[in-house]
Design a protein around this ligand. Structure first.
Ligand SMILES: [Zn+2]
Ligand SMILES: [Zn+2]
Length: 338
């Protein structure tokens, strides 16, 4: 099979690899579409303790084409979405229901071969049959599963006013999820005008382009601040200003992936005195079924978020788009290995 392999930091090669066969309790999936994510860029740069060589790609949809011994309830020909998080089920974190913090954490496309290949092997328990979705839509189950975990962490109160920084593909998923999970209005901030137009089209109550007038505009929209301030940017200077825009009793959701070494400062007195909550959300935790429910019920639109469909050979180009999203006008890039 053909597979894209990170051989060493910043080196990507498409190679012919032996086509794998599933072992006990595993299935083989012929990959139909795999989304490109910021995590792939981090792995490409050798961060996240990347164990190279690695076939990246963890936002995977495809068709089951071989079923290993002992697998129940899955069959060849089914369209499936994959949960990349492989948890041991036995450690301290797993027993507390925190699979994504498994002490023996493995993940498709992160620690073992993922979806930027013609075929991928997955544990049967990570494979979810999909009904009524296209292959492309099914590839959003994983990133939307991360958003679903964020919403379970955040627990928006009914009627909340939300402010969201970042209208990239994840931000636009998060915005839609907020709107069907309790928030009555979401105001979206981003530097790129086209992204804001799409946010508006997908249900944002108002949008504001980042710039010197930002603070004034946001004060006009919510003079007492927002009940929820979320970010999907990973930009430390954005995170630093989140408390400033929160209403008393407000919740801050840190959803973007900031550089590990980044630090921000805000006033502990302010967090204390205004009853603010700071909430983090990492990866997904058994939330792929919730994401599939959102997709299959058509409450969340993903088709408008797809900007490019590229063959395996152009994964390097897709990662370059990820580095310069504004310039390339890219949103979600799907790799279609066929
Ligand atoms: Zn991802
Ligand atoms: Zn575990």
């Amino acid at each position: 099979m053909r597979a894209a392999l990170i051989t060493q930091p910043r080196n990507l090669e498409v190679r012919e690899l032996p086509t794998p066969h599933p072992g006990p309790l595993e299935v083989r999936v012929r990959v139909g579409a795999t989304g490109v994510c910021g995590t792939d860029l981090h792995l490409f740069e050798g961060h996240f303790h990347a164990r190279l060589p690695l076939v990246p790609g963890h936002e995977i949809a495809g068709i089951i084409d071989e079923v290993g011994p002992g697998v129940r309830g899955l069959e060849e020909g089914q369209l499936v979405a994959l949960d990349p998080v492989i948890a041991c089920g036995q450690c301290w974190a797993c027993r507390r229901g925190q699979r994504q913090h498994c002490l023996a954490f493995q993940a498709l496309g992160v620690t073992q071969a993922g979806g930027f290949a013609q075929y991928v092997i997955a544990p049967a328990s990570n494979v979810y049959p999909v009904q009524g979705l296209s292959m492309e839509e099914a590839a959003f189950a994983e990133p939307l599963g991360c958003v679903a975990w964020g919403l379970l962490r955040l627990r928006p109160e009914p009627g909340s006013q939300a402010l969201l920084f970042g209208a990239g593909p994840i931000g636009l998923l998060l915005m839609q999820a907020l709107l069907i999970s309790g928030a009555s209005r979401v105001v979206v901030v981003d530097p790129v005008a086209e992204r804001l137009a799409l946010a508006q089209q997908l249900g944002a109550q108002a949008t504001v382009q980042s710039g010197p007038e930002l603070e004034g505009h946001l004060r006009d929209l919510a003079p007492h601040g927002f009940d929820i301030v979320a970010e999907a940017t990973g930009v430390p200077s954005v995170v630093a200003q989140m408390p400033h825009y929160a209403a008393v009793g407000g919740k801050l959701l840190i959803f973007g992936v900031a550089p590990e070494e980044a630090r921000v400062s805000f006033s502990p007195y302010d967090i204390f005195q205004r009853d603010l909550s700071i909430i983090g959300s990492f990866s997904l935790n058994g939330t792929l079924p919730l994401a599939l429910e959102w997709l299959q019920s058509r409450r969340i639109q993903v088709q408008p978020l797809i900007s490019h469909r590229l063959p395996l050979e152009e994964l390097a180009q897709a990662l370059a788009y990820k580095e310069q999203p504004g310039m390339a006008r890219s949103l979600k890039v799907l790799i279609t290995p066929e």
